[in-house]
Design a protein around this ligand. Sequence first.
Ligand SMILES: *[C@@H]1O[C@H](CO)[C@@H](O)[C@H](O)[C@H]1NC(C)=O
Ligand SMILES: *[C@@H]1O[C@H](CO)[C@@H](O)[C@H](O)[C@H]1NC(C)=O
Ligand SMILES: *[C@@H]1O[C@H](CO)[C@@H](O)[C@H](O)[C@H]1NC(C)=O
Ligand SMILES: *[C@@H]1O[C@H](CO)[C@@H](O)[C@H](O)[C@H]1NC(C)=O
Ligand SMILES: *[C@@H]1O[C@H](CO)[C@@H](O)[C@H](O)[C@H]1NC(C)=O
Length: 319
Amino acid sequence: MALQSSLLHVSAVALLVLFSLLLSHGESAATPCVCVTHDHDNPIAELFPNNATGVLNATLAIIPIPLETARSLIPPQYGILERAYRALLPSFPEGMYPVMVQAAHDHDIQFLAYGITLEDFSRVGFEFPFLDLTGDGYSSFRWAPAQLISAANEIAVEGSRAYGTIVSPAKYEPVCDAYRGLPNGNTYFRGTSLASPEFVELEMARVSHQTLNPYPVEFFRNITNQPTFANATSCDNMIRLFNTTMSVGEYAPVPVRGRVKAHTLPFGAEMEWTDIYGVQVATPFIENNYLDCETMRGYSGTGGPGDSYIPGPPSDDAL
Ligand SMILES: *[C@@H]1O[C@H](CO)[C@@H](O)[C@H](O)[C@H]1NC(C)=O
Ligand SMILES: *[C@@H]1O[C@H](CO)[C@@H](O)[C@H](O)[C@H]1NC(C)=O
Ligand SMILES: *[C@@H]1O[C@H](CO)[C@@H](O)[C@H](O)[C@H]1NC(C)=O
Ligand SMILES: *[C@@H]1O[C@H](CO)[C@@H](O)[C@H](O)[C@H]1NC(C)=O
Ligand SMILES: *[C@@H]1O[C@H](CO)[C@@H](O)[C@H](O)[C@H]1NC(C)=O
């Protein structure tokens, strides 16, 4: 069984860690390596006790790919709402489509009224925003076909699979944070599948001149608030709040630039992109799971008539 073998891998990793600790410190094995995250606690659990809430500390970055490539990766029934992303980012390069890579640590997930909490986990994957799932020509949905998720969190792995997502149970570096610092000052994050050659790796540097960053935080706020789907049997409505104390002052979003290396779906081969821009930001979220996608047509997070929609030949977006 896949689950058993991934558990075996996890314990093998734990043993290796333990051994290397013993070798380097000669200390007793009585205190196992307890991973303490740097993430802030969920500040909205009490505000929304009847909903699932949590914190996502993430690196979000945009990879511009040719529209033709996007068209070949995205299932043909979903139109690409080019007008919707151009409305937000008029200067986005001609003939290109913005794929988002999301590398995140999910922390302090609660369903307060039911006393439910979920263990932290990490996840990474490529997400395809601004898709016309319902065929109305303006509501933006986000396709997230595949994810690497911390193998130790069986609930997160199965919860994502229930959307039809292709999930690879994975191990992460760092183990319980959104990223770690490298000696050169950059940040590092890597998810590695335990059962396949899949991985996603990010190394990012802080961009000192805000003006060099081509994507405003608003662009990421917009994308991360679009309902997500995998095989479109149901949609995930995650409301990401960018206006809490978690993302201001010393925790304000940090513009970053760097390198993304990956071998995972829907890209068929190992890929490497350099000079990728994005942001590092932690946001609380409210998550409404397994909704009927049709009910999210025209949802405020998805755009609306007279907004991104400009009357034109209907075939315009169906490249
Ligand atoms: C996000 O993660 C980084 C890296 O672990 C950490 O330094 C930062 O404090 C976290 N931010 C929040 C608001 O949790
Ligand atoms: C909380 O959950 C309820 C029931 O599922 C839902 O109707 C409501 O919209 C959710 N609240 C938010 C802020 O999403
Ligand atoms: C989507 O995935 C779910 C979960 O694996 C499955 O139950 C459902 O049948 C799938 N739907 C389609 C259309 O493939
Ligand atoms: C924060 O943003 C959410 C939606 O993104 C909105 O509902 C809420 O009113 C905002 N709060 C403040 C204080 O601006
Ligand atoms: C996202 O941008 C579209 C325009 O493309 C707009 O209609 C929609 O309201 C925005 N959503 C959010 C949550 O800002």
